[in-house]
Write a protein that binds this ligand. Structure first.
Ligand SMILES: [Zn+2]
Length: 640
């Protein structure tokens, strides 16, 4: 999540969903519907024709993806704002294509005056961007082609083409001034830096778009290959560095008492104060010389780092895989004055444990996570940068969302720039499910409606009705947020309701097994769920992802039948949502008949639901719960 996505949400709140009684009615079997094929843009259709993607939802027999090895030596000497790096990249071309003009991403050039960006830029945000001091290909110096008008990506010509199944070695020396104003990266204070998106990297070259030449505008998020990283960061004495992966040389940089606490935190359920405010102030945390901290991580899509001479450091750990008893470390770095952060290791432990064993229900795939007090409310591999919040319930909610991203996009290799709903939608669905566990269904549902649904549901602008499948980079404002977060989360949650937990888990885990560590696209998900469930759910994918529309059901009529009633419901908005029919009987009792989204399988616009009851209905109301109805004035029927 990005905090800016929490935007417009503080409006109408309908707290407390009606209790839902399970219904004996069986939804129409979707396989009885005529199969429709899903729309595919021409580049996607070509990938299927080429065999890199398979119609059954699996990676195709010719699937490939490229990768890199990154060795980076960084020097950061606060309060000097210049961050310097020396970087060696080995890039492997696993594609069948000969590559002549690779693309390098230079995200931090977004700080350059004139860079295309979605929002404004204050004087404290602007910098000179990334300066490439030297560049070499396979050991030979080459003039870097970038100039004043190079922003967040740059092509360069290879002296000799990179053939299929060959590799090339790239060397960069670079520096950049860290920006005074912190967003997703930057200075947190004069001696606390958050380094992210800072190093030159080879853009993704994939089977459906070729080279990724999208500008980074600080709106869309990221798309990265899975790489191996060895990073060293040299900082002054008394600075702690937090990074992802394994800290290889803790004994070289930490004083013995601190090292002992750090090591104990790796097996402790309790929060251990590895370095307290007093420790930091007394300068008794690191060795008393300039220290080089070395981190190693394999098969992850990015690296970020935090460094400070006064943030305090907590640590603990949690079992994330009950079968193997594997533990992951949970660390927090923060200003001691941030009250919520004193709970952060436990919030992190709770998130990892719950998400690993419930939804998505796949053991946390990494060795650690670190939560840094910053400004971003943003996820990074094995890292979260969150504001401090006065409300600890909200602080926990935000960190749960960010940690949920560990699975989507980082384990699953999602292209967030084109298909943000493939990660934000899932993180938002998991955020709701862990919220129900934390707070109960009523409170979590109220919260979810307030922050994720009501702003979209109640806004009649045509922008809000755009199909979710619209490329994320073609969306702005509320349409970007709602198509990435609330709408797809509702689609995933309605799918869970329709399939039931057992089949939904099989579909989700099947998709994750097939695609983790790779680059799935929406069609791979749709095809996988169809394949794993044995159902043609294209009507559902069309209704939620491909068709424009909103959530609006209408109760047309309630007709007496031999053993109860037929309830006629229209789907005015078009989204296939579950519906609770709340019947009030003449004897004063009520009964709720839950209908899954399967009621829209035969006809997306109209359905007849048969209710078996011997009682007489006085009135009936449609309640769509967290699937907030845009117009509830047409939801009630009363006997004359
Ligand atoms: Zn998110």
């Amino acid at each position: 999540m990005d905090l800016r996505m929490r935007l417009h949400a503080l409006g109408l709140v309908i707290v407390g969903a009606a209790a839902c009684a399970p219904t004996p009615k069986v939804a129409p079997t979707p396989s009885t519907t005529a199969a429709t094929s899903l729309y595919m843009p021409r580049n996607i259709a070509k990938a299927f024709r080429n065999g890199t993607r398979s119609p059954d939802g699996r990676p195709g027999p010719k699937y490939w993806q490229n990768r890199g090895r990154y060795d980076i030596a960084i020097t950061a000497l606060p309060p000097d704002r210049t961050v310097r790096g020396s970087e060696e990249i080995t890039y492997y071309n696993n594609s069948p294509d000969t590559l002549r003009n690779p693309v390098i991403k230079l995200f931090l050039n977004i700080h350059k005056p004139g860079a295309p960006r979605m929002g404004g830029a204050s004087a404290d945000y602007l910098t000179d961007g990334v300066t490439i001091e030297s560049f070499a290909v396979n050991g030979s110096n080459v003039a870097w082609p970038g100039g004043a008008r190079t922003y967040t990506w740059q092509r360069f010509p290879l002296p000799t083409p990179l053939l299929p199944h060959d590799s090339v070695h790239l060397s960069f020396k670079w520096h950049y001034p860290i920006s005074l104003e912190s967003g997703r990266e930057g200075m947190l204070d004069s001696t606390t830096y958050f380094l992210a998106y800072f190093y030159p990297r080879v853009a993704v070259f994939d089977d459906y778009d070729g080279w990724d030449t999208m500008n980074f505008t600080d709106m869309q998020e990221f798309y990265s290959d899975f790489n191996d990283y060895d990073v060293s960061i040299t900082v002054p004495a008394n600075f702690v560095v937090w990074g992802p992966g394994t800290l290889l040389n803790a004994a070289d940089v930490l004083q013995p008492a601190i090292l002992d606490r750090f090591n104990r935190s790796m097996t402790s359920d309790q929060t251990i104060n590895i370095a307290t405010r007093a420790d930091m102030a007394a300068k008794r945390v690191t060795k008393q010389s300039r220290n080089t901290w070395r981190f190693r991580a394999r098969d992850i899509p990015d690296m970020a780092f935090n460094l400070s001479d006064h943030y305090v450091w907590d640590g603990g750990s949690v079992i994330v895989d009950s079968a193997t008893r594997r533990r992951s470390s949970v660390q927090a770095s923060y200003n001691d004055t941030a009250a919520d952060y004193h709970h952060m290791v436990q919030y992190g432990r709770h998130s990892l444990e719950w998400l690993s064993s419930n939804w998505p229900g796949v053991p946390y795939p990494f060795e650690k996570t670190t939560v840094v007090q910053g400004t971003a409310d943003m996820e990074y591999p094995m890292f979260v940068n969150d504001e401090a919040f006065p409300d600890t319930v909200f602080a926990r909610f935000v960190v749960e969302h960010e940690i949920a991203h560990s699975w989507f996009p980082f384990y699953m290799g999602i292209n967030e720039t084109r298909y943000a709903y493939m990660d934000e939608g899932w993180a938002t669905a998991f955020e709701y499910l862990i919220g129900v566990s934390d707070l109960g269904a009523d409170r979590a549902g109220g919260f979810f409606k307030q922050f994720r649904v009501s702003g979209w549901a109640g806004n009649p602008s045509s922008l809000e009705d755009l199909p979710i499948i619209t490329p994320t980079d073609a969306l702005t404002g509320a349409a970007y947020g709602d198509n990435s977060y609330g709408k797809p989360a509702l689609a995933y949650l309605a799918l869970k309701d329709m399939l039931g937990d057992t089949q939904f888990r099989a579909a989700l885990h099947g998709f994750m097994d097939r695609w983790h560590g790779k680059h799935p696209i929406p069609w791979d998900f749709f095809n996988s769920v169809n394949n794993i469930t044995g159902q043609n759910l294209n009507w559902y994918w069309n209704g939620w992802f491909f068709d424009p529309g909103n959530i609006d059901v209408a109760l047309l009529a309630v007709e007496k039948t031999g053993n109860g009633y037929d309830v006629h419901i229209a789907n005015v908005g078009g989204k296939p949502v579950p519906v609770d029919i709340v019947a009030r009987f003449t004897d004063g009792t009520t009964q709720t008949f839950h209908q899954t989204a399967g009621i829209w399988a035969r006809d997306p616009k109209h359905t007849i639901v048969s209710l078996a009851t011997s009682k007489t209905i006085q009135s009936a109301t449609l309640d769509t719960g967290i699937w907030v109805d845009a117009d509830s004035t047409n939801n009630t029927w009363s006997a004359k």
